[in-house]
Design a protein around this ligand. Structure first.
Ligand code: MLT
Length: 306
């Protein structure tokens, strides 16, 4: 009987793929061969000696000490692409919230709660609506940094919306390059991409090479009318530098999945609590991929990170 220790709520569809009778899957199994988790942080915890595999039902692996485990022979899986569609959709929502007066219009309408006369209300709305006029995404330039599973999906969706798409990814794999729509303009440097675009979206992992990739210097290359979408990781962007740029009128909006104290309440910031991949579909896809990876490794010795 294989033992799998779970942390976090894992989708039932994924868990149902562990054959009953051959697997014991629970938070409190005593000698697990495998660990299955979502956002629980394993840093600083003692890994039971019995563990030979860890599967993260998600793309980022910052909550797992991957190098340490790998050196000690523990195989670490993640689920690249399994939640890409959910993130892509939120990037589109972020750009729309940034380009149109949706949130501002909603806040204004909420102030009219005491009005009882529909005719009066209509007159007021007609008079005020010009304050909430926006701009369209079609014809604007989107820059995508990181052209993997999520970046390439965002590229396709943005092209379908009529945007011009620019991409930069110094570590692009051959497989990802094949997946990329041919209409994407590949840029040779981050600076060249940043100076060209109206919207920026980040889809790179948080590693040493990407830490504070968006900082005072790189923000300086961007147009003051540009907006940044960060549904990747907080470490990639220097939030203090972003706030300075927003305050100085050198950046229009910052839309992100990672609220930090300096961002809270800023009128040009739209921050949500790390919900980029929080859809029922994405959670199910990630769990199914992770369980299949673990089973294939435990039962057949195969290491397949897809
Ligand atoms: C990911 O890394 O897959 C997403 O950021 C969502 C998550 O952390 O679960």
């Amino acid at each position: 009987m294989y033992q799998v220790r779970t942390y976090n709520k894992i989708s039932d569809k994924g868990l149902s793929l562990f054959p009953a009778g051959r697997y014991s899957v629970a938070e409190d199994v005593s000698s697990p061969e495998a660990i299955l988790l979502r956002s629980h942080k394993l840093h600083g915890e003692t890994l039971p000696e019995s563990v030979i595999a860890v599967a993260r039902a998600g793309a980022g692996t910052n909550n797992v000490p991957v190098d340490e485990y790998t050196k000690s022979g523990v195989v670490v899986f993640n689920t690249p692409g399994a939640n890409a569609n959910a993130v892509k959709e939120l990037v589109l929502a972020g750009m729309l919230l940034s380009s149109r007066g949706i949130l501002q219009g909603r806040d204004y309408v909420a102030t009219l709660g005491d009005m009882t006369d529909k005719g009066e209300m209509s007159k007021l709305l007609e008079a005020e609506k010009k304050r909430f006029a926006g701009s369209e995404l079609a014809g604007k330039k989107l820059g995508i940094v990181g052209l993997g599973a999520i970046g390439s999906m965002v590229a396709n969706a943005a092209l379908a919306l009529g945007m011009d798409v620019y991409g930069f990814d110094p570590a692009l794999s051959v497989e990802a390059a094949w997946r990329l729509p041919s209409d994407v303009h590949r840029m040779e440097s981050l600076q060249a991409l940043l100076s060209e675009i109206d919207y920026l979206t980040l889809h790179v992992p948080a590693i040493d090479a990407t830490k504070n990739m968006i900082n005072r210097d790189t923000l300086g290359f961007m147009k003051p009318s540009a907006a940044i979408m960060n549904f990747a990781r907080d470490a990639i962007v220097d939030s203090e530098a972003v706030v300075e740029a927003l305050d100085a009128g050198k950046l229009r909006n910052y839309v992100c999945d990672f609220p930090e104290p300096c961002l809270i309440g800023h009128e040009k910031v739209i921050a949500v609590p790390h919900i980029g991949a929080s859809t029922a579909e994405a959670e199910e896809n990630c769990a199914v991929m992770a369980v299949n990876q673990l089973r294939d490794y435990l039962e057949n010795g195969n290491i397949k990170n897809s």
